[in-house]
Design a protein around this ligand. Structure first.
Ligand code: AMP
Length: 591
């Protein structure tokens, strides 16, 4: 069998090659996408019946970008809905679509579906292998070792037309490519599939931790999709480590694990190991009493070489805590992608997450970039209404230092699709741009994988305030929100100023309603798994929003231009809001 080193070299050599001639590869990628999907209803609408094969690369690219419009999910949604309803004629792709993925965000208040094909799984496998290859250059690991991986597959469901729907990660963990990834990178997840797909965050995390410790000497690195999960898993561990030690000692499983499949799979793997249990106990006692859990990971997993996970973007606030648990172990920021397409790979795994950018994979999709200019003094990323956009440019024309919104044309039937992410070009890897993730456009509320925009929040609050007016003699005068991550699990706080009298029972119901009405799949899954806590409604004293406006106007000028931010992280505002809170409720929507 080939050594993993040789495999790593091969995959890196391939990537260096495609990066070198990224512009050409992009033209070829566009051609392949259009050839594969030639004649589908959507393309016919814009391109007519042009014969893609007879046109040269340059003309094809300019025809495509001049005839096919830039769209957002809402524009493609009618096609995707028809697919979901079971229509089998080629609408977006020639390959029949039998699976849909749930991407983050919403369209018109509904969960956002995107088509998923074999290509999606294959490109995930490709980027995981590539990423493993770059990591191994800086942090070589032992072949055949294990990964303590905090990964979770949600439950899928069927559409009316019988298509399977789930998150992209759910599809991937269930696919043969996930097995291939482990074999090719010669690193094996500690937990069996039953644990990954258990569906209950608390129970699955317990089992991940238990098995991670049971196999602790074999663990070569610790990973999760988003670093938030690592923080959460270890803060749970601080509370339950004694129970886990007890299970290792006796080869048993705590009664908190109630899912039969999970119990069976884990019990099959473990045998009583009293000496390991007392060794772990000794370390944990020291970590708890003397070290405030600093360096938990290297102390419990002495052979771990690094921690790998997405640590950029909305994960930056968790970095401090990850570093605390890592106690000096390198943090490797994982790659940049979306349900719609993979985008870039971290070719500098040795860099701290704050400095990481991602080299665009020119074979994954055809990329365009809309130059974005935002006012220098824009303080709060919560509002991005003031943007000026230029005409989109291809990959070959991006400039270092410029910010862009990413536009994708994918193998899975998305054509000139605005992803909503703002990135900055920080340099080039050979001929392919390196992107640093700046933020998700229009996003205001996010804790982990949830992504809610101002519009989503507005909808939820509108509905609940209608309920309030219907059931009481009160009305909502103004509102704002905050994603609170100071305590685990994080949760949304919505602040209301109300006029009139409302009984607690009615407000409690409004709180529950708002929690239940956020339909973004990331939010729903996180709430179900309790990796996001119950939404909180805080009612503030009359006049609080006026007070905030005055404070802000004092600082930033004209009252007539003041708009209540619908989400705030500003500590002055939060202090005013919290000091003025007279009542607070927690939702029971997911109890
Ligand atoms: P989803 O489609 O739900 O998987 O979410 C994809 C979104 O997550 C992207 O469009 C980004 O906004 C964000 N994201 C993914 N990877 C990264 C990364 N490495 N750094 C920062 N944000 C990321």
């Amino acid at each position: 069998m080939e050594t993993s080193e040789a495999e790593h070299d091969d995959v890196i050599a391939w990537f260096e090659h495609v990066s070198e001639k990224a512009c050409k590869v992009q033209s070829e990628t566009l051609r392949r996408i259009l050839e594969l999907n030639s004649g589908v209803e959507y393309l016919k609408k814009w391109l007519g019946t042009i014969d893609v094969e007879s046109i040269d690369d340059y003309t094809l690219e300019s025809l495509y970008t001049s005839l096919v419009p830039i769209v957002s999910h809402a524009d493609l949604d009618p096609y995707i809905q028809r697919i979901a309803d079971g229509e089998t004629s080629p609408l977006l792709t020639q390959e029949p679509i039998t699976v849909l993925s749930l991407s983050s965000g919403t369209t018109e208040g509904r969960q956002k579906y995107v088509p998923f094909t074999r290509h999606s799984e294959q490109s995930t496998l490709q980027i995981f292998r590539l990423s493993a290859a770059y990591r191994s250059r800086f942090y070589p690991i032992r072949e055949g070792g294990r990964i303590l991986e905090f990964i979770y597959a949600g439950k899928g469901f069927k559409t009316q037309g019988g298509l399977t729907v789930g998150t992209a990660t759910t599809h991937f963990y269930a696919s043969k490519e996930f097995k291939t990834k482990q074999e090719k990178t010669k690193s094996f997840t500690c937990s069996p599939y039953e644990v990954i797909s258990g569906g209950d965050f608390g129970q699955c995390t317990y089992c991940h931790l238990l098995l991670g410790l049971y196999f602790s000497t074999q663990v070569e690195f610790v990973a999760s999709a988003f670093s938030f999960t690592i923080v959460q898993a270890f803060s749970i561990f601080e509370e339950i480590w004694r129970e886990i030690c007890g299970d290792i000692k006796e080869g048993n499983l705590s009664s908190r694990i109630t899912l039969p499949n999970l119990r069976k799979a884990v019990l099959n793997l473990i045998r009583p190991n009293p000496s390991l249990a007392s060794h772990i106990e000794e370390i944990c006692l020291e970590l708890e009493s003397n070290l405030g859990w600093f360096g938990l990971i290297p102390k419990l997993w002495p052979n771990a070489k690094y921690i790998s996970s997405i640590m950029t973007g909305s994960m930056l606030p968790y970095l401090k805590k990850v570093r605390h648990y890592a106690g000096g172990l390198p943090l490797v920021s994982a790659d940049y992608g979306s349900t719609e397409s993979w985008i870039g790979v971290n070719v500098d795994p040795q860099l701290p997450p704050e400095d990481v950018s991602f080299a665009v994979l020119p074979t994954c999709s055809y990329f365009e970039f809309i130059p974005i200019h935002r006012p220098q003094n824009q303080l709060d990323l919560c509002s991005d209404g003031e943007f000026v956009e230029d005409k989109p440019v291809p990959l070959s024309q991006v400039k270092i230092g410029q910010e862009y919104e990413v536009v994708l044309t994918t193998f899975t039937g998305l054509y000139r699709y605005r992803l909503g992410d703002i990135v900055e070009v920080t340099g080039f890897h050979k001929g392919t741009p390196k992107l640093s993730f700046i933020y998700r456009r229009k996003l205001i509320l996010t804790i982990n994988i949830d992504k809610n925009t101002e519009k989503d929040l507005q909808k939820v609050v509108d509905k609940a305030s209608q309920l309030l007016s219907r059931t009481t003699r009160a009305e909502v005068v103004d509102f704002t929100s905050h994603a609170d991550i100071t305590a685990q699990p994080g949760h949304y706080i919505i602040y209301w100023e109300i006029r009139g009298e409302a009984e607690d029972k009615a407000l409690e119901e409004c709180c529950r309603e708002m929690d239940a009405d956020f339909v973004d799949y990331g939010y729903v899954v996180s709430r179900r798994m309790n990796s996001i806590g119950p939404l909180e409604l805080r009612v503030v004293e009359r006049g609080t929003f006026g007070k905030m406006a005055e404070r802000c106007v004092g600082k930033c000028g004209g009252l007539n231009q003041f708009k209540t931010p619908r989400c705030t992280t500003n500590s002055v505002m939060l202090n005013i809001l919290n000091d003025s809170t007279i009542k607070s409720f927690r939702s029971s929507a997911y109890d």
